[in-house]
Ligand binder design. Structure first.
Ligand SMILES: [Zn+2]
Length: 401
């Protein structure tokens, strides 16, 4: 029997920690976008995330605030789906045509998709050895590295989930050939981040649920990852204590300011945690479910999280137990009891925010499983505490159908 140790995350006496140079967090703080953009350049290419934003005048306001501070806004792209190779290549070629370089920056306003598109655009504007981002992606293409610093990016997330505003990668999909891979470099962390939870008030309940569960999955998986580090672990403890009691409130009442603030902060912390510690099994399988069964990222993570916790509980019981108090809101005497309660609480949260428990309910078909398994072994799976052979993953997923 493992007795529950005090919360003393793994201490490593040597590590690196990457994060944005400046984080500006708080309700209404998008007002400062002009002065903050001015510190990065005098022409700002705007990438935004959905038509809703345009309708709600947020993008127009943003342009006015930039102009007031002497920064010229240039609307250059908008995206309503997870970015694909073609989206990045089109954005990069427009940036190159416009002579983007010294004195220019990008401003991304939107969810993870818009921020990832902008991050990839910033990198491809200055790294011009190939016309396509495919050649720079992990595990596909010719494996080119980003040799030059990307254009600086100011990111303003409008959802609380992916944490992309604080990470060093952009996830790029392709449907022919099929892959979902990262463009990754330490140089890609956004320079300035404005997290204004007021922007999240109009996010629909379903998106709030998916993105919020993504953040929770990231906080947990980075904490137990084989690459876990002390600083990100401290962030995860705080992030989970904020997110677990708030996600249901944010889903049920989008106007609940405190819940939105807590989820926004937890998501930001989850980005910093995953960028420095990596992830695990749920994030290994999620892109495969995205590419082969078109399951949105956050939904895929949420459906996989309980099984990922159970699969790793044998080798990470003490660490999962350390997270239990934040997730369950009470203390436990024994690790085994804490692990069981944590998995149950996560399942309960999924039920309360409308996340199904089976793969069948999210559109996954049995004949897709072999391809899903094959595509699950990327960077995230390599951070999973337990090595999971393909045949074991196949039977895990079969049981989830
Ligand atoms: Zn994620």
């Amino acid at each position: 029997m493992i007795l529950l140790r005090k919360v003393t995350p793994t201490f490593q006496p040597a590590y690196d920690f990457l994060c944005p140079q400046r984080i500006v967090f708080g309700w209404g703080r998008r007002e400062q976008v002009g002065e903050l953009a001015r510190t990065l350049g005098h022409r700002a290419f705007l990438v935004n995330g959905s038509r809703t934003l345009e309708r709600s005048r947020v993008v127009e306001d943003l342009g006015e605030r930039l102009k007031k501070e002497g920064v010229e806004p240039v609307e250059i792209g908008s995206i309503a789906h997870e970015p694909e190779v073609e989206d990045v290549d089109n954005l990069a070629s427009r940036l190159r045509e416009l002579g983007a370089g010294e004195g220019d920056l990008l401003v991304a306003i939107g969810g993870g998709s818009a921020i990832d598109l902008a991050k990839a655009g910033c990198a491809m504007a200055t790294n011009t050895e190939s016309p396509t981002v495919k050649d720079y992606l992990e595990g596909v293409g010719v494996g080119l590295a980003l040799e030059k610093d990307p254009l600086p990016l100011l990111a303003m997330p409008t959802t609380a989930g992916t944490g992309s505003e604080a990470t060093k990668n952009a996830v790029i999909s392709s449907y022919d050939p099929l892959f979902k891979k990262s463009l990754r470099s330490d140089r890609m962390v956004p320079r300035v981040v404005i997290v204004d939870p007021e922007l999240h008030v109009s996010v629909p309940a379903k998106t709030t649920a998916y993105t919020g569960m993504d953040a929770i999955t990231q906080l947990i998986e980075s904490y137990i990852s084989v690459r876990a580090k002390p600083l990100p672990q401290a962030l995860s403890l705080q992030g989970l204590a904020l997110a677990a009691p708030s996600i249901v409130r944010a889903v049920k009442d989008g106007g609940d300011r405190e819940a939105r603030e807590r989820m926004a902060h937890a998501a930001l912390l989850s980005g910093m945690a995953l960028a420095n510690s990596g992830l695990g099994m749920a994030h290994g399988v999620a892109p495969a479910l995205g590419i082969h069964s078109r399951v949105p990222h956050g939904l895929a993570c949420a459906v996989m999280l309980p099984v990922a916790l159970r699969t790793n509980s044998g080798v990470r019981a003490a660490e999962i137990a350390q997270l239990a108090e934040g997730i369950c809101g009470r203390k436990f005497a024994r690790a085994a009891e804490a692990v069981d309660a944590t998995v149950e609480r996560i399942e309960q949260l999924c039920d309360e925010v409308g996340i199904p428990r089976t793969l069948g309910e999210i559109g996954v078909r049995r004949e897709q499983l072999p391809a899903i398994v094959k595509s699950s072994y990327g960077n995230s799976m390599s951070g999973n505490p337990r090595k999971i052979p393909e045949d074991e993953l196949t039977s895990i997923l079969e049981r989830m159908l």
